[in-house]
Design a protein around this ligand. Structure first.
Ligand code: ZN
Length: 100
């Protein structure tokens, strides 16, 4: 779980998810109210998870030619696992960091 870079408060999953959703504006820390941003590392990881998701669903669809129900089961569980990994590995920063 991410920790506030200002006060060290450990963020909950819901706050972390919110920080990901409005990652360009920053999210106030629930403890010290200081604005926190998703770090560059986390944004890069987000890209890799998205890429992994596209590859897995593409393989399931084209290579393994899964029927509709197992295909959607894999697609949905990959999203859920991806979100869990992302929340668990999120790092925060005191200011907005661009990926490049
Ligand atoms: Zn804080």
């Amino acid at each position: 779980m991410p920790q506030c870079q200002n006060c060290g408060y450990k963020w909950k999953a819901r706050q972390t998810l919110k920080a990901h959703i409005d990652y360009s504006q920053g999210t106030n820390c629930p403890d010290c109210q200081e604005e926190q941003y998703v770090s560059r590392f986390t944004k890069m990881l987000q890209g890799f998870i998205l890429l992994g998701y596209i590859i897995i669903t593409f393989l399931a669809w084209k290579v393994f030619e899964l029927p509709t129900i197992p295909f959607f089961a894999i697609a949905v569980s990959t999203i859920v696992i991806g979100i869990f990994i992302l929340i668990a590995t999120t790092k925060l920063a005191n200011k907005a960091e661009s990926v490049w």
